[in-house]
Design a protein around this ligand. Structure first.
Ligand code: PMP
Length: 307
Protein backbone atom coordinates (compact mmCIF):
# COMPACT_ATOMS: atom_id res chain seq x y z
CA UNK A 1 0.00 0.00 0.00
CA UNK A 2 0.89 3.67 -0.02
CA UNK A 3 2.62 5.42 2.88
CA UNK A 4 0.94 8.73 3.79
CA UNK A 5 4.29 10.03 5.07
CA UNK A 6 6.01 9.42 1.71
CA UNK A 7 6.88 12.37 -0.49
CA UNK A 8 4.54 13.16 -3.36
CA UNK A 9 4.30 15.98 -5.89
CA UNK A 10 1.07 17.96 -6.16
CA UNK A 11 0.13 21.51 -7.10
CA UNK A 12 3.67 22.25 -8.28
CA UNK A 13 5.43 21.32 -5.06
CA UNK A 14 6.83 18.44 -3.04
CA UNK A 15 4.35 17.54 -0.31
CA UNK A 16 3.64 14.62 2.00
CA UNK A 17 1.16 12.22 0.44
CA UNK A 18 -1.22 12.90 3.37
CA UNK A 19 -1.48 16.50 2.12
CA UNK A 20 -2.16 15.62 -1.56
CA UNK A 21 -5.97 15.46 -1.43
CA UNK A 22 -8.95 16.28 -3.68
CA UNK A 23 -12.53 17.36 -2.94
CA UNK A 24 -15.52 15.02 -3.63
CA UNK A 25 -16.82 17.57 -6.19
CA UNK A 26 -13.67 17.14 -8.31
CA UNK A 27 -14.64 16.63 -11.95
CA UNK A 28 -12.28 13.68 -12.53
CA UNK A 29 -13.59 11.76 -9.51
CA UNK A 30 -17.15 12.04 -10.82
CA UNK A 31 -16.56 11.58 -14.56
CA UNK A 32 -13.25 9.73 -14.92
CA UNK A 33 -11.57 12.65 -16.68
CA UNK A 34 -7.97 11.85 -15.92
CA UNK A 35 -4.88 10.52 -17.67
CA UNK A 36 -2.37 8.49 -15.71
CA UNK A 37 0.89 6.62 -16.07
CA UNK A 38 2.62 3.71 -14.41
CA UNK A 39 6.40 3.82 -14.23
CA UNK A 40 8.85 1.59 -12.41
CA UNK A 41 12.17 2.12 -10.70
CA UNK A 42 14.47 -0.86 -10.06
CA UNK A 43 16.85 -1.24 -7.13
CA UNK A 44 20.29 -2.72 -7.76
CA UNK A 45 21.60 -3.91 -4.36
CA UNK A 46 25.18 -4.57 -5.57
CA UNK A 47 25.49 -1.09 -7.09
CA UNK A 48 23.40 0.50 -4.32
CA UNK A 49 21.61 2.32 -7.10
CA UNK A 50 17.97 2.91 -8.01
CA UNK A 51 17.16 3.23 -11.73
CA UNK A 52 14.08 4.91 -13.20
CA UNK A 53 12.98 2.95 -16.29
CA UNK A 54 12.09 4.84 -19.49
CA UNK A 55 10.76 7.68 -17.36
CA UNK A 56 10.79 10.38 -20.03
CA UNK A 57 9.16 8.01 -22.55
CA UNK A 58 6.25 7.55 -20.13
CA UNK A 59 5.84 11.31 -19.79
CA UNK A 60 5.97 11.73 -23.56
CA UNK A 61 3.14 9.19 -23.88
CA UNK A 62 1.25 10.97 -21.12
CA UNK A 63 1.63 14.32 -22.85
CA UNK A 64 0.24 12.84 -26.08
CA UNK A 65 -2.63 11.07 -24.29
CA UNK A 66 -3.58 14.30 -22.50
CA UNK A 67 -4.60 15.76 -25.85
CA UNK A 68 -7.53 13.32 -25.92
CA UNK A 69 -9.02 14.95 -22.82
CA UNK A 70 -7.72 18.48 -23.54
CA UNK A 71 -5.49 18.40 -20.48
CA UNK A 72 -2.24 20.39 -20.35
CA UNK A 73 0.65 19.02 -18.35
CA UNK A 74 2.28 21.68 -16.15
CA UNK A 75 5.82 20.83 -17.30
CA UNK A 76 7.68 19.23 -20.20
CA UNK A 77 8.43 15.48 -20.17
CA UNK A 78 12.10 16.32 -19.50
CA UNK A 79 11.22 18.46 -16.47
CA UNK A 80 8.71 15.87 -15.17
CA UNK A 81 11.48 13.28 -15.42
CA UNK A 82 13.71 15.50 -13.24
CA UNK A 83 10.90 15.96 -10.72
CA UNK A 84 10.30 12.20 -10.60
CA UNK A 85 13.97 11.42 -10.02
CA UNK A 86 14.07 14.06 -7.25
CA UNK A 87 10.97 12.52 -5.67
CA UNK A 88 12.53 9.05 -5.72
CA UNK A 89 15.65 10.50 -4.10
CA UNK A 90 13.66 12.30 -1.39
CA UNK A 91 11.88 9.07 -0.54
CA UNK A 92 15.23 7.29 -0.26
CA UNK A 93 13.91 3.99 -1.58
CA UNK A 94 16.23 0.96 -1.53
CA UNK A 95 13.80 -1.42 -3.25
CA UNK A 96 11.74 -1.61 -6.45
CA UNK A 97 9.21 1.20 -6.74
CA UNK A 98 6.01 1.87 -8.68
CA UNK A 99 5.46 5.49 -9.71
CA UNK A 100 2.01 6.89 -10.47
CA UNK A 101 1.70 10.28 -12.22
CA UNK A 102 -1.86 11.52 -12.77
CA UNK A 103 -3.24 14.54 -14.63
CA UNK A 104 -6.92 15.32 -14.27
CA UNK A 105 -9.76 17.80 -14.53
CA UNK A 106 -9.67 19.35 -11.08
CA UNK A 107 -12.50 21.91 -11.22
CA UNK A 108 -15.22 21.43 -8.60
CA UNK A 109 -17.99 21.27 -11.14
CA UNK A 110 -21.13 19.42 -12.16
CA UNK A 111 -21.46 18.74 -15.88
CA UNK A 112 -20.18 16.25 -18.43
CA UNK A 113 -17.65 18.11 -20.58
CA UNK A 114 -13.95 18.47 -21.26
CA UNK A 115 -13.55 22.18 -21.99
CA UNK A 116 -13.45 25.12 -19.62
CA UNK A 117 -12.09 23.11 -16.69
CA UNK A 118 -8.93 23.48 -14.59
CA UNK A 119 -6.22 20.78 -14.80
CA UNK A 120 -4.19 19.39 -11.91
CA UNK A 121 -1.15 17.11 -11.84
CA UNK A 122 0.33 14.89 -9.17
CA UNK A 123 2.82 12.07 -8.64
CA UNK A 124 2.90 9.49 -5.86
CA UNK A 125 4.97 6.34 -5.47
CA UNK A 126 5.20 3.20 -3.38
CA UNK A 127 7.51 0.19 -3.07
CA UNK A 128 6.35 -2.66 -5.32
CA UNK A 129 7.81 -6.06 -6.10
CA UNK A 130 5.88 -8.40 -8.40
CA UNK A 131 2.41 -7.06 -9.22
CA UNK A 132 1.42 -10.48 -10.49
CA UNK A 133 3.35 -13.76 -10.35
CA UNK A 134 6.23 -13.80 -12.85
CA UNK A 135 7.63 -17.26 -12.06
CA UNK A 136 5.04 -20.04 -11.79
CA UNK A 137 3.07 -19.28 -14.97
CA UNK A 138 -0.41 -17.75 -14.99
CA UNK A 139 -3.79 -19.32 -15.72
CA UNK A 140 -5.81 -16.83 -17.79
CA UNK A 141 -9.32 -16.81 -19.17
CA UNK A 142 -10.82 -15.06 -22.17
CA UNK A 143 -13.14 -12.49 -20.65
CA UNK A 144 -16.77 -12.09 -21.66
CA UNK A 145 -16.18 -8.34 -21.25
CA UNK A 146 -14.98 -6.78 -24.50
CA UNK A 147 -12.05 -4.38 -24.62
CA UNK A 148 -13.28 -0.84 -25.17
CA UNK A 149 -13.15 0.16 -28.80
CA UNK A 150 -11.25 3.25 -29.93
CA UNK A 151 -14.62 4.87 -30.66
CA UNK A 152 -16.01 4.05 -27.19
CA UNK A 153 -13.21 5.19 -24.89
CA UNK A 154 -9.77 5.08 -26.50
CA UNK A 155 -7.80 2.37 -24.69
CA UNK A 156 -4.52 3.79 -25.95
CA UNK A 157 -5.19 6.83 -23.79
CA UNK A 158 -4.53 5.39 -20.32
CA UNK A 159 -7.59 7.33 -19.17
CA UNK A 160 -8.67 6.82 -15.57
CA UNK A 161 -12.33 6.15 -16.49
CA UNK A 162 -11.46 3.48 -19.04
CA UNK A 163 -10.02 1.20 -16.35
CA UNK A 164 -13.55 0.28 -15.27
CA UNK A 165 -13.48 -1.96 -18.33
CA UNK A 166 -10.32 -3.70 -17.06
CA UNK A 167 -11.66 -3.88 -13.49
CA UNK A 168 -14.84 -5.68 -14.62
CA UNK A 169 -12.80 -8.21 -16.56
CA UNK A 170 -10.08 -8.90 -13.99
CA UNK A 171 -12.53 -9.07 -11.09
CA UNK A 172 -14.65 -11.70 -12.85
CA UNK A 173 -11.55 -13.67 -13.80
CA UNK A 174 -10.15 -13.67 -10.25
CA UNK A 175 -13.54 -14.48 -8.72
CA UNK A 176 -13.67 -17.54 -10.98
CA UNK A 177 -10.18 -18.64 -9.85
CA UNK A 178 -8.07 -17.39 -12.78
CA UNK A 179 -5.07 -15.12 -12.37
CA UNK A 180 -6.16 -12.54 -14.95
CA UNK A 181 -8.25 -11.98 -18.08
CA UNK A 182 -7.50 -11.75 -21.78
CA UNK A 183 -9.76 -9.25 -23.51
CA UNK A 184 -11.08 -9.46 -27.05
CA UNK A 185 -11.78 -6.54 -29.35
CA UNK A 186 -15.35 -5.62 -30.30
CA UNK A 187 -14.96 -7.81 -33.41
CA UNK A 188 -13.68 -10.77 -31.42
CA UNK A 189 -9.91 -10.72 -31.94
CA UNK A 190 -7.35 -10.84 -29.15
CA UNK A 191 -6.61 -7.41 -27.73
CA UNK A 192 -4.54 -7.64 -24.53
CA UNK A 193 -4.60 -8.48 -20.83
CA UNK A 194 -6.54 -6.36 -18.32
CA UNK A 195 -3.52 -4.16 -17.64
CA UNK A 196 -0.81 -5.62 -19.85
CA UNK A 197 -0.01 -6.29 -23.50
CA UNK A 198 0.17 -9.85 -24.80
CA UNK A 199 2.77 -11.79 -26.77
CA UNK A 200 2.39 -15.24 -28.30
CA UNK A 201 5.09 -17.55 -29.67
CA UNK A 202 4.31 -19.81 -32.63
CA UNK A 203 7.03 -21.74 -34.44
CA UNK A 204 9.78 -19.62 -32.95
CA UNK A 205 8.18 -16.32 -33.95
CA UNK A 206 7.17 -13.72 -31.41
CA UNK A 207 3.76 -12.31 -32.30
CA UNK A 208 1.89 -9.40 -30.74
CA UNK A 209 -1.33 -7.55 -31.53
CA UNK A 210 -1.22 -4.26 -33.49
CA UNK A 211 -1.96 -0.91 -31.85
CA UNK A 212 -5.16 -0.81 -33.90
CA UNK A 213 -6.60 -3.77 -31.94
CA UNK A 214 -7.68 -1.56 -29.00
CA UNK A 215 -4.50 -2.01 -26.96
CA UNK A 216 -2.62 0.46 -24.84
CA UNK A 217 0.48 1.41 -26.82
CA UNK A 218 2.72 -0.27 -24.29
CA UNK A 219 6.24 0.85 -23.58
CA UNK A 220 7.29 -2.61 -22.38
CA UNK A 221 5.84 -4.09 -25.59
CA UNK A 222 8.06 -1.78 -27.65
CA UNK A 223 11.06 -2.51 -25.47
CA UNK A 224 10.60 -6.28 -25.90
CA UNK A 225 10.22 -5.95 -29.66
CA UNK A 226 13.56 -4.10 -29.71
CA UNK A 227 15.17 -6.67 -27.41
CA UNK A 228 13.84 -9.65 -29.38
CA UNK A 229 15.27 -8.09 -32.55
CA UNK A 230 18.66 -7.78 -30.84
CA UNK A 231 18.48 -11.44 -29.78
CA UNK A 232 17.64 -12.57 -33.32
CA UNK A 233 14.08 -13.63 -32.47
CA UNK A 234 11.73 -12.83 -35.39
CA UNK A 235 8.94 -10.45 -34.38
CA UNK A 236 5.58 -10.14 -36.09
CA UNK A 237 2.79 -7.65 -35.38
CA UNK A 238 -0.57 -8.94 -36.53
CA UNK A 239 -4.11 -9.62 -35.44
CA UNK A 240 -4.38 -12.72 -33.24
CA UNK A 241 -7.45 -14.97 -33.26
CA UNK A 242 -8.92 -16.19 -30.01
CA UNK A 243 -8.30 -19.86 -30.77
CA UNK A 244 -4.61 -19.19 -31.44
CA UNK A 245 -4.35 -18.65 -27.68
CA UNK A 246 -5.21 -22.34 -27.30
CA UNK A 247 -2.62 -23.48 -29.88
CA UNK A 248 0.29 -21.19 -29.03
CA UNK A 249 3.69 -22.60 -28.04
CA UNK A 250 4.17 -19.80 -25.51
CA UNK A 251 2.21 -16.86 -24.17
CA UNK A 252 3.13 -14.03 -21.85
CA UNK A 253 1.83 -10.72 -20.60
CA UNK A 254 4.03 -7.66 -20.42
CA UNK A 255 3.78 -4.22 -18.93
CA UNK A 256 5.40 -1.89 -16.46
CA UNK A 257 3.40 -3.37 -13.58
CA UNK A 258 3.30 -7.04 -14.57
CA UNK A 259 6.84 -6.92 -16.07
CA UNK A 260 7.05 -10.18 -18.03
CA UNK A 261 4.53 -12.72 -16.76
CA UNK A 262 4.50 -16.11 -18.53
CA UNK A 263 1.10 -17.74 -19.09
CA UNK A 264 0.95 -21.53 -18.83
CA UNK A 265 -2.79 -22.15 -19.13
CA UNK A 266 -5.69 -20.47 -20.94
CA UNK A 267 -9.25 -21.60 -20.20
CA UNK A 268 -8.02 -24.92 -18.75
CA UNK A 269 -5.85 -25.71 -21.77
CA UNK A 270 -2.07 -25.92 -21.22
CA UNK A 271 -0.01 -23.48 -23.26
CA UNK A 272 2.60 -25.56 -25.14
CA UNK A 273 3.80 -28.21 -22.70
CA UNK A 274 2.25 -26.32 -19.79
CA UNK A 275 5.61 -25.03 -18.54
CA UNK A 276 7.15 -21.57 -18.84
CA UNK A 277 8.63 -21.39 -22.34
CA UNK A 278 12.27 -20.66 -23.32
CA UNK A 279 11.58 -17.40 -25.20
CA UNK A 280 9.55 -15.92 -22.34
CA UNK A 281 12.25 -16.98 -19.88
CA UNK A 282 15.06 -15.55 -22.01
CA UNK A 283 13.32 -12.20 -22.53
CA UNK A 284 12.44 -12.03 -18.85
CA UNK A 285 16.07 -12.46 -17.81
CA UNK A 286 17.40 -9.95 -20.33
CA UNK A 287 14.69 -7.41 -19.60
CA UNK A 288 15.08 -7.44 -15.82
CA UNK A 289 18.88 -7.24 -16.17
CA UNK A 290 18.42 -4.15 -18.38
CA UNK A 291 16.03 -2.59 -15.84
CA UNK A 292 18.53 -3.13 -13.00
CA UNK A 293 21.43 -1.55 -14.87
CA UNK A 294 23.19 -4.86 -15.55
CA UNK A 295 23.04 -4.67 -19.34
CA UNK A 296 25.18 -1.97 -20.99
CA UNK A 297 23.35 -2.25 -24.29
CA UNK A 298 20.18 -0.81 -22.74
CA UNK A 299 21.82 1.82 -20.53
CA UNK A 300 19.80 4.48 -22.36
CA UNK A 301 16.57 2.94 -20.99
CA UNK A 302 17.38 3.88 -17.41
CA UNK A 303 18.24 6.93 -15.30
CA UNK A 304 20.15 6.64 -11.99
CA UNK A 305 18.51 8.25 -8.96
CA UNK A 306 21.39 8.45 -6.48
CA UNK A 307 24.64 10.36 -7.05
N1 PMP B 1 -2.29 -2.43 -21.47
C1 PMP B 1 -2.93 -1.86 -20.45
C2 PMP B 1 -4.42 -1.81 -20.46
C3 PMP B 1 -2.20 -1.34 -19.36
O1 PMP B 1 -2.84 -0.77 -18.33
C4 PMP B 1 -0.79 -1.43 -19.37
C5 PMP B 1 0.01 -0.91 -18.22
N2 PMP B 1 0.30 0.46 -18.37
C6 PMP B 1 -0.17 -2.02 -20.48
C7 PMP B 1 -0.95 -2.51 -21.52
C8 PMP B 1 1.32 -2.10 -20.59
O2 PMP B 1 1.85 -0.83 -20.90
P1 PMP B 1 3.31 -0.40 -20.45
O3 PMP B 1 4.25 -1.41 -20.94
O4 PMP B 1 3.50 0.93 -21.09
O5 PMP B 1 3.29 -0.31 -18.97
Amino acid sequence: GVDLDSWAYFGGEFVRLRDANVNIATHALNYGTGVFEGIRAYWNPAQKQLYGLKVEEHYRRMERNCRLLKIRLPESPAKLTEITVELLRRNGFQQDVYIRPIAFKSSLAIGVKLSGLEDAFGIFMAPMGDYIDTQKGLHLTVSSWRRLDDNDIPGRGKLTGSYLNAALAVDDARSAGFDDAIMLTADGHVSEGSAANLFMVREGRLITTPVTDAILEGITRRALMEMAGDLGIPVEVRTIDRTELYLADELFLCGTGVQIAPVTQVDFRPVGDGKVGPIARRLQQEYIAACRGENERYRHWIVPVYA
